[in-house]
Design a protein around this ligand. Structure first.
Ligand code: BES
Ligand code: ZN
Ligand code: ZN
Length: 474
């Protein structure tokens, strides 16, 4: 999406987007803009309303913001305009930035417009969104210079669209090898190191829990390790881990419901990959090491079995009660590999881990698990700031015994119809070597959603912006 700054609408023809804060329906003073006058009785800036006026060869779209508006709503509003009104746009669009807009509001608006160009029709011959054609230009009409914010907003949206595409593409396209190649390409383009362990290399490393999950699939597991390291050795060091199950059939404990959505079971991995791209793109002064175990949980003669006892990278043995609780197995190896080999100061993992978390929070918020109060506060702060929210659930010792196994060091599922998200998080905790700054985000509900932007469930892009904002504000 090309952008340029303009100081007035002199000679401009095309669509003009005009955000309007709510006044009062009884207001006698009309809303005036560019010679257009709208009586308050007709339009007064109520949130989620818009009003179209054609004048001077311009189609003005007045966009109601309500009295005040937070980041996510503003972004969604402009995403909606860009995606649902796309027939109205030609190659010239102007966006008026009110003087009262904060930098965050400018960012949300531009990011939303750019996100609105995302189309789910990856396998159709649809025309590209008008904002994406070469001749297109978005003119920013503002008294202030917003160049930096515009560049930043565009980068955020670009990373989010990449995340959405990875999640929305089906599992016969986004295989573990596809994810590995994607990471390598992005590493080259944005300047971070990428190393990938294939099945043989993972075996040599002892990533047995990870390999057990991928055993039943014809698609080779890939253990992706990424390192973004600007040249300064006094930087803070953050570790990220993302669940990369490219399809979750449940394994031999085959899923009886919702399997069709399980191409999205790599959304944690996609969020971490997207965060690496965005962090490197923004050249943040911080070291970030990310581990993304990718494999498929398939049904086959070679699949791992319920009751199998498997080894883990950390050394502990695991009794597999349920092969559908596979995410925690690959994350166990991902977490312990990251912590043992890179010793990051802070560790955050993201995973579409449990149906229990969806049942608790729906699509609105992720489950947050940490024993570190400062980490909790900072993650929640970032979540609120970018509209990717989360809420804490406990990691109390009282839950530890749920994972006691008679035959092995630990079991992967307590087999009870309650506390599913918490016991999954407790299982992960076992593999963090008592790290004092670890947080787990269960994004099962927020990563793949039902909303106004498609008829079927689709990727939300959750996570990449959140992790980036968190790391920027440490
Ligand atoms: N990938 C699923 C969790 C999930 C469910 C993600 C719904 C998105 C939407 C995970 O691997 C899983 O199957 N979890 C089981 C665990 C259970 C068998 C212990 C669950 O939560 O039901
Ligand atoms: Zn599963
Ligand atoms: Zn899963």
């Amino acid at each position: 999406m090309n952008t340029q700054e303009i100081k007035d609408l002199e000679g401009f023809t095309g669509v003009v987007l005009v955000p309007v804060f709510e006044t009062n329906p009884q207001n006698v003073v009309p809303i005036e803009f560019h010679g257009v006058s709208i009586p308050s009785k007709v339009f007064y800036g109520k949130k989620d309303t818009h009003y179209l006026v054609e004048k001077y060869d311009c189609l003005h779209i007045f966009v109601g913001l309500g009295k005040k508006i937070e980041y996510k709503s503003l972004k969604t509003l402009f995403r909606r305009i860009a995606s649902k009104e796309k027939e109205r746009f030609g190659k010239n669009v102007a966006l008026y930035i009110p003087e009262t807009f904060t930098l965050q509001q400018v960012e949300a608006t531009i990011s939303g417009l750019s996100l609105g160009t995302y189309q789910l029709s990856h396998f159709k011959n649809d025309d590209p969104h008008p904002f994406l054609i070469k001749e297109f230009s978005l003119s920013i009409l503002s008294k202030n210079d917003h160049t930096e914010t515009i560049v930043r907003a565009t980068k955020i949206a670009r990373a989010q669209k990449e995340v959405m595409q990875l999640v929305d593409l089906p599992s016969n396209v986004v295989t573990p090898s596809y994810m590995a190649e994607w990471a390598k390409d992005m590493g080259k383009a944005h300047g971070f190191e990428v190393r990938v362990l294939d099945a043989a290399a993972s075996k040599i490393e002892g990533l047995d829990a990870f390999l057990s999950v991928g055993k039943g699939s014809a698609k080779e597991p890939q253990f992706i390790i990424m390192d973004y390291q600007p040249q300064d050795d006094k930087l803070r060091h953050i570790g990220l881990v993302g669940k990369g199950i490219t399809f979750d059939t449940g394994g031999l404990n085959i899923k009886t419901a919702g399997m069709v959505h399980m191409k999205s079971d790599m959304a944690g991995a996609a969020a971490v990959l997207g965060a690496m791209v965005l962090i490197a793109d923004l050249q943040l002064p911080v070291r970030v090491t990310a581990v993304v175990p990718c494999c498929e949980n398939a049904v086959d003669k070679d699949s791992f079995y319920p009751s199998d006892v498997i080894k883990s990278y950390q050394g502990a043995t695991i009794e597999v009660i349920d092969t559908d609780a596979e995410g925690r197995l690959i994350l166990a190896d991902g977490l312990s590999y990251l912590i043992k080999n890179f010793k990051p100061e802070i560790v955050v993992d993201m995973a579409t881990l449990t149906g229990s978390c969806v049942a608790t929070f729906g699509y609105e918020c992720a489950g947050l698990f940490t024993n570190n109060a400062e980490l909790q506060q900072k993650l929640q702060y970032s979540g609120d700031a970018v509209g990717e929210r989360m809420w804490p659930l406990p990691l109390w010792d009282a839950y530890t015994s749920e994972l006691d196994s008679d035959i092995a060091d630990v079991k992967n599922y307590h087999g009870k119809p309650y506390a599913g998200a918490i016991t999954a998080a407790k299982f992960l905790e076992y593999f963090t070597d008592k790290h004092t700054a670890w947080a787990h985000l269960d994004i099962a509900g927020v990563a793949f959603v039902d909303d106004e932007f498609a008829k079927s469930k689709h990727a939300s892009g959750y996570g990449a912006h959140l992790l980036t904002h968190f790391i920027e504000n440490l």
